[in-house]
Design a protein around this ligand. Structure first.
Ligand SMILES: [Zn+2]
Length: 258
């Protein structure tokens, strides 16, 4: 599942492949922007902002979000793709590389100087130069009655965490995801841990929270019904969301977390 670390890595790879080069192909297959052609424009840079990806091309920014299934792939022009062509939403190429965005949850082309309207609402970026743990803490504490599992996922509080980190952080801090923010002790340490984990994973293809790079990489995410790696109790699963439309599955150990 794409979280801040995945998007950071995608941005870094796209930046290395495209920045400073001129586009020789720009094929956008999202209906609202299908007529946009940035062929001949220079790619300035590709950066991540939380889970959002910003490709700055000419006077524009191509803003994308991977959501659940999205990915940007890099190919040598003419080589075959790993996903079917009908899932491609955008194809950008220069003389030596082709970047293909598949199943992007969001894709839009905006004027560069209006970028802030698209991502300005985001809280401090865990992997950004502007990371500010005090601001992230204050943002989360602003709603003390809200469940910690929801507050961590709210990108307005801090940007970059998704379902995996939410479950793992709650486990590592011994806190149920449903515990109200105001009842979570040492919240600043939880935020510091979030930063450490995502920082440690940002250049790895596999996300690890247990410290074991070879196997058993996660504590509770995706492990409902299996024994807790720490105490053997069966990992539980449940849904958490601000409303019925936003319910997301999470998992926890009922013995290690309270
Ligand atoms: Zn346990």
């Amino acid at each position: 599942m794409p979280e801040g670390d995945t998007v950071y890595r995608s941005a870094k790879q796209l930046n290395a492949a495209l920045a400073g080069t001129v586009l020789t192909r720009c094929d956008i297959r999202v209906p609202a922007f299908a007529t946009v052609d940035l062929t001949g424009e220079r790619v300035h840079e590709v950066v991540s902002r939380g889970k959002h990806l910003l490709m700055r091309v000419g006077a524009y920014t191509l803003h994308s979000h991977l959501k659940m299934e999205g990915a940007w792939h890099l190919y040598r022009p003419g080589s075959s793709w790993f996903r079917p062509a009908f899932l491609a939403r955008a194809i950008l190429a220069n003389d030596s590389v082709e970047a293909v965005g598949f199943e992007l949850g969001l894709f839009e082309v905006i004027e560069r100087d209006r970028e802030n309207e698209a991502v300005g609402y985001l809280g401090p970026d865990l992997l950004g130069a502007d990371w500010d743990p005090q601001l992230a803490l204050a943002n989360i504490q602003h709603e003390p009655a809200r469940e910690i599992g929801l507050a961590l996922l709210d990108q307005r509080n801090l940007a970059g965490l998704g379902n995996v980190y939410r479950a793992e952080l709650c486990f590592l801090r011994g806190v149920l995801p449903t515990r109200p923010v105001g009842e979570v002790g040492e919240l600043e340490q939880m935020i510091e841990l979030a930063r450490r984990l995502i920082e440690a994973n940002k250049d790895r293809p596999q996300r690890v929270t247990t410290g074991n790079l070879r196997r058993d990489r996660l504590w509770v995410y995706g492990r409902a019904g299996q024994p807790c790696r720490r105490c053997g109790t069966t990992i539980q699963r449940g849904e958490l969301g601000d409303n019925e439309l936003q319910l997301r599955v999470t998992s926890w150990c009922p013995a290690c977390q309270s």
